[in-house]
Design a protein around this ligand. Structure first.
Ligand code: ADP
Ligand code: MG
Length: 324
């Protein structure tokens, strides 16, 4: 097994069968994949690219982790719309100097992608495979669809909405960032329960403050006040804070890649979602603040003091260090 076509042939024979298989008329092997649109609804399309030296370091990180992450972050984006993932295409630029050769690396990546695909019932239906003297670049595009309800956008937040998060935040850089757990099932359950009173949703990839700010800006320039003691702080944020001297809450507010959901829900259903739906469905939800008409992000401390916080997410154009 050596050339590009051997690899593609091998991948074609190693695609997991999933519940969505029946939607695939033509998978890997032709110029395009052909999918039947079975359920009524809207098509969701998302893509994410991971680059060696930027998002990971092939010398340190397991290629299987990299591949799984490349697909999982896309599942997280579909989850953030409360959609159903269906099919993925994968574009890989394989380094010719990879240990064991590009063919071996390609198979390793594909095997890991196939694992995640099987878990989330995603069909791998195509892609593009190149080899070059540059570093590994892996780009996954995921197609999904809505589930009988309108997709949940960032732009639906309203003053008075309650802000919820689906799990503890901060310190993902200690390792969790490579093994994201997309809150896909949670998003579907919450959407079914809340229906159109789930106003806006985003997955936390840039950091809570930055991603909540995306909701506020897209919703017409709103603001929010968060309760400092209500923000769930991950144990990793505490560990990291002990190391770098920064408060764990700061990590929870600004670290990225938690892949939890941040939601804006109608105030009439917030308590019911948190106190009844979440425990009954065994999912985690906590209320962390309120959306206000007044723009800006504010943090209210236990003693009543209110502090302005700046959303400072990760910006690839501004930050040159290869640290994520
Ligand atoms: P073309 O030149 O027509 O795009 P390719 O030779 O690039 O065809 O690919 C042949 C087939 O293999 C296509 O169906 C393509 O979608 C699939 N394919 C190529 N690379 C991958 C990959 N990394 N993962 C899944 N399918 C792939
Ligand atoms: Mg091609």
């Amino acid at each position: 097994m050596s050339g590009e076509f051997d690899l593609i042939d091998w991948m074609r024979r190693n695609v997991p069968a999933t519940a969505n298989e029946r939607n695939v008329r033509v998978g890997i092997g032709d110029d395009c994949a052909v999918l039947d649109l079975v359920h009524p609804g809207e098509l969701l399309v998302t893509t994410d690219m991971l680059m060696d030296g930027r998002h990971f370091h092939l010398l340190e990180h397991d290629p299987a982790d990299v591949a799984r992450k490349a697909l999982l972050v896309n599942v997280s984006d579909i989850a953030a719309m409360a959609g159903l993932p269906l099919a993925a295409v994968v574009a890989a630029a394989l380094p010719r100097r990879a240990m064991g050769g590009p063919g071996r690396l390609g198979r390793e990546l594909h095997a890991a992608l196939a694992e995640v695909a099987a878990e989330y019932q995603i069909q791998l239906v195509g892609g593009d495979t190149n080899a070059w003297d540059g570093p590994l670049v892996l780009c996954v595009t995921l197609l999904g669809q809505t589930l009988g309800r309108a997709p949940v956008l960032r732009s639906g937040g309203r003053p008075g909405d309650i802000v919820l998060v689906s799990g503890p935040l901060g310190g993902s850089i200690l390792g969790r960032h490579l093994r994201p757990v997309p809150r896909y099932a949670e998003a579907v359950v919450i959407h079914q329960a809340a229906d159109d009173r789930l106003h806006a949703m985003i997955d936390v990839s840039d950091g809570l403050a930055a991603d909540l700010n995306h909701i506020l800006e897209e919703s017409g320039g709103l603001g929010a006040t968060l309760n400092a003691e209500a923000i769930p702080v991950h144990a990793d944020a505490v560990t990291l804070g002990a190391r770098d001297g920064r408060p764990p809450l700061e990590h929870a507010l600004h670290d990225g890649e938690d892949f939890e959901l941040c939601l804006a829900v109608d105030p009439t259903i917030a308590d019911w979602l948190v106190d009844s739906v979440a425990p009954a469905k065994e999912l985690y939800l906590s209320r962390i603040g309120t959306i206000d008409a007044e723009p800006g992000l504010r943090l209210r401390h236990a003693d009543g003091r209110v502090e302005r916080i700046e959303p400072r997410g990760f910006d690839h154009f501004r930050e040159p260090e290869a640290d994520r």
